[in-house]
Design a protein around this ligand. Structure first.
Ligand code: 26W
Length: 822
């Protein structure tokens, strides 16, 4: 037994007691939400035992710790995952069963903690799971947004955003830590004053506004090892002392302003994915959580160590994309202004402590803050950025005498902007991309100048995902099947999945494997019927594309191909055609008009196709509303085909691709991101690869693009599909509804090249790959073998492997074991 608290009678009693003390009710009267709370508090007790034990161990052994700084942590639900990692899921399920309570229903009461947009945020969540499971000391540092990623409703085929009030019933797993509250200051001016005692200049911020940052801690449970790390997310509050003071002095407005600042700063997650909008409030959010996190980190370090010059021996800071990179200048500020270090000393500490991960090469995602905004909001930090920039530019001039072009390309401050990525690269001791191809593109294209100047900093860390959530929790049938065949070592060592490979040639194993897939397809069909009112056939091929809606991810290519298939079926009713269900799930950023048009198009095509009785249900299209972590687990488990069809070079890695693979869905994709490495592991014969290579795409881009009209006028099927965007087929005769999509494919658009994501260019090759999917699926033995080999070959794509590489090559953390409290 893992923890005595999970002994059945003890646990049952705990739940009942919790219902009584929380709600003054007997369990029979409790609502499902109340039962969820009561169960969660019972689980939390066991977690807290280990959490305390872990903190004691860290206290004693003082291991080097990583601070993973991220604007986003897309955690999803906690209860089921915590039970899994406490290795108590089955016991608790049984205990609740005996009380007449269904654990699945209880889990369903929990709102997703959706403090992230997509890939970057979910990666951070997987990393925390792996860090704890591998036994490394880590803090996740982020923001406790009052509203996370919006909930998506589909009304009349259009996306409608609904606020995500995830905290309304309370979050049973979090703990508020007032004792670690910190002040964070914005704006005002800097007065320089000579200090007789220190013989240095003091930089005194005056007339500033400030907020109080208050941390909430969430437990991050390691798998079966008693390690519980902490995700520390910050809430904001007005500083009340100041407020009273201000009232006294009649500064009523200032007090109110500070109340507002505190309220707005953590109000909501920006729902932009891969698109920089330059909003002042976002920069405030960034500085807010970075400054608070660094202050507590330093304080904690100093409790044990006298010399901040050695900070990097015990602490490392990973910056998740550019969003937290103000940490570079803020750490310098704290070291210089607060700790009294000289510039060179502070720079040495900083550059040995911070490291940077790049997650995208999309140029519209680059954070470049206007200098006037940045310097007004963060006057002292800006002075430090100026000095970092001045020294760096000097260095560039020394290395490349007379080459002012280099200075223009590489400086932090240029054209009235603060280029955050440049600051991160200049200060970071490590710069990494997230898949091999992505890192190569960074080194040889996007960040070429930096790579030439400091090649030793650059390295690759191919992303990964946690099998604990995306197989053990999300697909219990397959998880049990795997364990029956190879034991349960895969839960903490995914490379063991390769032991399944011989089973690909075993007819019985193949049948079992496909039977499990079928059951998962039934489970998803039920979900879709309940939530979307669409009936789908589990015997059809489930062809799935779930990810954020973005033009570069090319959901438009997918739906245009569906339109093409529909034309084919209508025109040749006799043609053999294996029934297919195209499943989409995607949120569009609220302001991304074209992405929203694509959602409308998908739903419009679904409307026409699903209601056309003449095609005998051969084709179905479903748009799953509100795609999120919790329903993703079910979707991956049920998928036959994994659509990973980004324009080559644009998807840094992708991680959904890995989740599909783990669950036995072959990839239909381009040679982009981690797809390249997936194909390498599983073999090209077990994937469906199509389209331009990244080199070809980059080549076209460097030479002004290509001419889609040539394809349009020469390929009748393509022309027909594109014309159907305009002829009213999918818009009840409205010829305007999809005009913008039509134009985006054929005409120059406000400076953008026509079809900048090469949809028409790749269309034929995509259609051919789709044909091959159908042929393969028609041969059940062949398909089962492919599917099984995907699961068996996914070992590389665990975030445990990724984290071990970060630890070995970048962070150099100490491994820790935790003994449970007696
Ligand atoms: C400033 C607005 C903004 C917001 C989010 C810019 C950029 C982002 C993220 C970096 C976008 C993102 O999530 N990138 C994804 O990161 C994943 C994890 O590394 C990769 O797997 C995806 O390929 C990449 O698109």
């Amino acid at each position: 037994m893992y923890s005595k608290r999970f002994e059945k009678e003890t646990f049952k009693n705990d739940v009942k007691e919790n219902v009584r003390t929380l709600y003054r009710k007997e369990i029979e009267e409790a609502t499902p939400q109340q039962i969820f709370q009561a169960v969660s508090y019972a689980v939390k007790e066991a977690i807290v035992d280990d959490w305390l034990a872990t903190q004691k161990t860290y206290e004693k052994e003082d291991p080097k710790t990583v601070y993973y700084m991220s604007m986003e942590f897309l955690m999803g639900r906690a209860l089921g995952n915590n039970l899994i990692n406490m290795t108590a899921y089955k016991e608790v399920k049984e205990a609740l069963d005996e009380m007449g309570i269904d654990l699945n229903v209880v889990e369903d009461q929990e709102p997703d903690a959706a403090l992230g947009n997509g890939g970057l945020g979910r990666l951070a969540a997987c990393f925390l799971d792996s860090l704890a499971s591998l036994g490394y000391a880590a803090y996740g540092c982020g923001i406790r947004y009052r509203y996370g990623m919006f909930k998506q409703k589909i009304k009349d085929g259009y996306q409608v955003e609904v606020p995500d009030n995830w905290l309304k019933d309370g979050n049973p797993f979090e703990i508020r830590r007032d004792e670690y509250a910190k002040e964070v200051r914005f704006g005002g001016t800097i007065r320089v004053q000579y200090n007789e005692q220190t013989k240095k200049e003091d930089f005194i911020q005056e007339n500033y506004e400030s907020v109080l940052a208050i941390p909430y801690d969430m437990p991050i449970v390691g798998y079966g090892n008693h390690v519980v790390n902490t995700l520390r997310i910050w809430d904001a509050q007005a500083i009340t002392d100041f407020k009273l003071d201000a009232f006294d002095r009649g500064e009523y407005h200032k007090a109110i302003e500070q109340e507002n600042l505190a309220k707005t700063i953590v109000e909501v997650l920006y729902p932009n994915d891969n698109h920089y909008a330059g909003k002042e409030l976002r920069l405030k959010q960034q500085y807010f959580f970075v400054s608070a996190s660094l202050q507590v980190m330093l304080e904690k370090y100093k409790k044990k160590h006298k010399d901040v010059r050695k900070l990097y021996e015990k602490v490392t800071i990973q910056m998740n994309d550019t969003h937290p990179t103000v940490a570079v200048a803020e750490l310098m500020r704290l070291l210089i202004d607060q700790e009294g270090l000289g510039w060179d000393e502070a720079w040495e500490v900083t550059t040995k402590t911070v490291a940077y991960t790049n997650h995208t090469i999309m140029s519209e995602a680059l954070e470049k803050w206007p200098i006037d905004l940045f310097s007004r909001l963060l006057p002292r930090v800006y002075q430090i950025v100026q000095e970092i920039n001045r020294r760096f530019v000097e260095q560039v001039r020394r290395m490349y005498p007379g080459n002012e072009d280099k200075v223009r390309k590489m400086a932090i401050l240029m054209d009235g902007q603060v280029r955050m990525a440049h600051m991160a690269i200049i200060a970071g001791y490590s710069v990494n991309g997230v898949a091999r191809l992505h890192t190569e593109i960074l080194k040889h294209q996007e960040l070429k100048d930096f790579y030439e100047m400091m090649p030793e900093k650059f390295n690759n860390k191919t992303n990964g995902i946690t099998q604990r959530r995306f197989l053990l929790h999300g697909n219990p049938l397959l998880a049990d099947w795997v364990t029956d065949h190879i034991g349960d070592g895969w839960i903490t060592d995914l490379s063991q999945m390769s032991k399944l490979k011989p089973l690909a040639d075993d007819p019985k194993a193949r049948a079992e494997f496909m039977d499990i897939k079928y059951k998962n397809k039934e489970r998803l069909a039920k979900y879709i019927l309940e939530h979307n009112g669409v009936e789908i056939d589990p015997r059809s091929i489930y062809d799935v594309q779930v990810k954020r809606l973005h033009e570069y991810k090319r959901q438009l290519l997918n739906i245009l191909h569906v339109m093409y298939l529909y034309n084919q079926i209508k025109e040749h009713p006799e043609m053999s055609f294996y029934p297919r269900t195209f499943i989409f799930g995607a949120k569009a950023s609220a302001g991304y008009v074209r992405a929203k048009e694509i959602i409308k198009l998908i739903n419009s095509v679904a409307d026409v196709v699903n209601n056309d009785l003449s095609i005998n249900g051969k084709l179905k299209v479903v748009f799953i509303e509100d795609y999120r972590v919790s329903n993703a687990e079910w979707i991956f488990a049920a998928a036959d085909v994994s659509e990973q069809i980004s324009t080559a070079s644009k998807e840094a890695s992708g991680t959904g691709n890995m989740k599909f693979m783990l669950n036995g869905a072959p990839t239909l994709g381009t040679m982009d991101g981690a797809n390249v490495e997936i194909v390498e592991e599983v073999g090209i014969e077990n994937a469906f690869i199509f389209g331009l290579s990244s080199d070809e795409v980059i080549n076209y881009e460097n030479n002004g693009g290509y001419n889609p009209q040539e394809i349009y006028f020469n390929d009748w099927d393509i022309k027909r599909v594109v014309d159907q965007l305009m002829d009213g087929t999918y818009s009840h005769g409205d010829h305007e509804m999809f005009r913008d999509l039509y134009n985006s494919l054929l005409n120059t658009q406000g400076g953008d090249r026509p079809d900048r994501y090469f949809i028409l260019k790749d269309f034929r090759s995509y259609a051919e790959a789709q044909k091959k999917v159908e042929e393969a699926y028609k041969d059940p033995d062949r398909w089962a073998k492919m599917a099984l080999l995907n699961t068996a070959s996914c070992g590389k794509f665990t975030s445990d492997r990724t984290i071990q590489e970060y630890v070995d090559n970048i962070w150099k953390l100490d491994y820790v074991t935790v003994k449970p409290e007696a």
